[in-house]
Design a protein around this ligand. Structure first.
Ligand SMILES: Nc1ncnc2c1ncn2[C@@H]1O[C@H](COP(=O)(O)OP(=O)(O)OP(=O)(O)O)[C@@H](O)[C@H]1O
Length: 272
């Protein structure tokens, strides 16, 4: 059964076992050649989650994201979307599944030689049959959703780092994705821009009804927006915690997880 995710209940992760799995990671082992990175990963990302992949430096967070995106095949195991295997699907099926994803990379990934409007238009030009006028209309709308209405003709170098991230987000939501993936979305941003981006991620998630998966180190982000998480341990090379980050910080049986989540006094008070 799918729980309702309201603003008052989204911190309560004890309902997740009953929720609908949007992404299922099953017995996944990740390796670069003979070098094992993580093994026996088993967890679900539920529909509507803001799901964070956590862990110390070098534990394999970005590697896991690349596996979920199909950029790397698992050494073993399966990754399923809405119950359908992605890992073992043929190319046409993988391409179809990918079309319902929006992806933003750490650097933003905007094409510097193209305007903001052209960047946002690109997925529609590649994957839809929209007319030029329809594309312009959607570009304006998506840019307005991220607070960049009127910036169509600017080049990435002409706007701030925070605005570039928001423009990348507008491009990621151009095709109304079911799932939004982020690799370190607030890397390089000051705390205020970073918290504005967090708010935007929550707003967009709610307005387009997407599931969000992100790799982040930022505790303020983790505590303010994440509904669920997995912790990858570099030492044992497997996941050692799964659940709501606030609950893990206070109640995880793993001291290393509690320490990771309590590592900075600057984490915000629990006001959400
Ligand atoms: N293409 C690659 N070939 C071989 N080893 C790699 C490759 N990419 C990453 N690694 C190694 O795999 C391990 C996991 O890397 P990954 O970038 O996934 O970790 P991470 O948890 O995202 O790290 P960080 O928090 O520092 O960004 C690291 O030891 C890294 O050096």
């Amino acid at each position: 059964m799918r729980p309702s995710i309201s603003s008052t209940s989204r911190w309560e992760s004890d309902t997740v076992t009953e929720a609908e799995a949007h992404i299922s990671v099953r017995d996944v082992t990740m390796a670069y050649g003979s070098r094992l990175i993580q093994r026996d990963l088993n967890f679900d990302v539920n529909r509507g989650d803001i799901f964070v992949i956590m862990g110390g430096s070098g534990c394999g967070k970005s590697t896991l994201l690349k596996h979920m995106l199909g950029l790397i095949q698992p050494a073993a195991g399966d990754i399923l979307y809405a119950g359908e295997s992605f890992t073992h699907a043929d190319q046409a099926t993988r391409d179809r599944m990918r079309r319902s994803w929006g992806i933003t990379y750490q650097s933003g990934g905007l094409f510097s030689s193209m305007t903001i409007g052209e960047n946002v238009a690109l997925p529609m030009q590649l994957y839809t049959h929209y007319s030029g006028a329809e594309i312009s209309e959607v570009v304006s709308y998506k840019l307005s959703l991220v607070g960049l209405g009127g910036y169509e003709s600017y080049y990435p170098s002409e706007i701030s780092g925070g605005m570039q991230k928001r423009a990348a987000l507008a491009r990621a939501i151009a095709l109304d994705p079911d799932i939004l993936f982020f690799d370190e979305p607030s890397a390089g941003l000051d705390p205020i821009s970073s918290s504005l981006l967090d708010e935007l991620i929550v707003q967009l998630k709610e307005s387009i009804g997407a599931t969000v998966v992100m790799v982040t180190h930022e505790l303020p982000s983790i505590f303010s927006i994440a509904t669920n998480s997995v912790y990858l341990d570099a030492g044992t090379k497997t996941m050692i915690a799964y659940g709501n980050p606030r609950e893990l910080r206070d109640h995880s049986e793993q001291p290393v997880v509690r320490q990771f989540l309590a590592r900075e006094a600057s984490a915000p008070a629990e006001t959400a």
